[in-house]
Design a protein around this ligand. Structure first.
Ligand code: UDP
Length: 265
């Protein structure tokens, strides 16, 4: 597969932009069937009603997501990730995104607590998978398997694959984070269809980072995720750095501004 090899450098301003989301941009990749996923510093919440730029967040999410997707690939969980290209970008395989946000929960928090009145922090009797239809105009409404198959967003076979993969991702992530003193409360993942000849496979897509997970320090209960931004708690970048540091991605003495030009005296 040619695109697995290092490829010719294409200047940033000559690349075709395929899609721009809230926190990422997708550019045309160096080979057919590939894309470049660029992590921005933008933080948004409540369907874009709240917005800020957190210098260095994109760099951290690129690294954290690379770390997780690489290990998942090695474990045989298929993903769109090929390799990291630079501080903010990774090479990915082009997939047809399934318009669902798949949320896996281990502990009650956020919308589950609000909707069902279950106190935040209560361990759930078992892991729960929920589906939300990706549609900003509708505020990503929660949907059931019935809606998903009836409207053709995914087939029953696709859904079986998605749920089996979601459980494997949850098992892996729960153990990974527990090993570094972090409780994995819940997370959101997305899947895509990867076409190879006349074969189609469901693969994990998008990203896994503190933007899309709830991560609580095991000992103190401190939030190490995007809730720091959603709930105006401050210290978001420091929390993301702490996650990266514990995963062994950043060394202890790395600076708090991992991106941007360095002044030369
Ligand atoms: N989540 C996400 N993107 C979304 C909605 C949720 O990444 O658009 C993640 C969120 O960070 C949390 C999990 O999915 O880890 C469950 O979120 P919840 O349904 O509780 O929604 P929220 O409380 O964020 O509205």
């Amino acid at each position: 597969m040619d695109f697995l090899k290092p490829s010719r450098y294409v200047p940033m301003n000559r690349r075709r932009r395929i899609y721009e989301g809230k926190a990422k941009i997708l550019y045309e990749g160096p080979e057919p069937g590939t894309l470049i996923q660029h992590f921005k510093d933008d933080a948004t919440a409540f369907n874009n009603k709240k917005h800020a730029v957190i210098d260095g967040k994109g760099v951290l999410n690129n690294r954290i997501s690379e770390y997780i997707f690489t290990q998942l690939n090695q474990l045989g969980v298929p993903t769109h990730f090929v390799r990291r290209l630079n501080m903010r970008e990774q090479l990915i395989r082009e997939v047809e995104i399934i318009p669902l946000e798949v949320v896996v929960r281990n502990v009650a928090a956020g919308s589950l607590s609000t909707r069902l009145g279950i106190p935040e922090g209560q361990q759930l009797p078992r892991s729960i998978i929920e589906f939300y239809y990706k549609n900003d105009e509708l505020n990503d409404p929660m949907v059931s398997e019935e809606h998903i198959t009836a409207f053709g967003w995914a087939s029953p076979q696709d859904l079986d694959d998605i749920m089996a993969l979601a459980i494997r991702v949850n098992d892996f992530l729960s153990g990974l984070f527990l090993g570094v003193g972090i409780r994995l409360v819940d997370f959101k993942i997305e899947f895509g269809r990867l076409f190879e000849g006349d074969m189609m496979r469901i693969v994990l897509a998008d990203e896994i980072s503190p933007d899309s997970c709830r991560l609580w320090d095991n000992a103190s209960g401190d939030k190490l995720d995007k809730d720091r931004f959603r709930r105006d708690m401050g210290g978001m970048l420091e929390a993301y750095q702490e996650v990266a540091r514990r995963l062994g991605i950043l060394n202890d003495n790395s600076s708090s501004q991992p991106s941007g030009p360095v002044p030369v005296n």
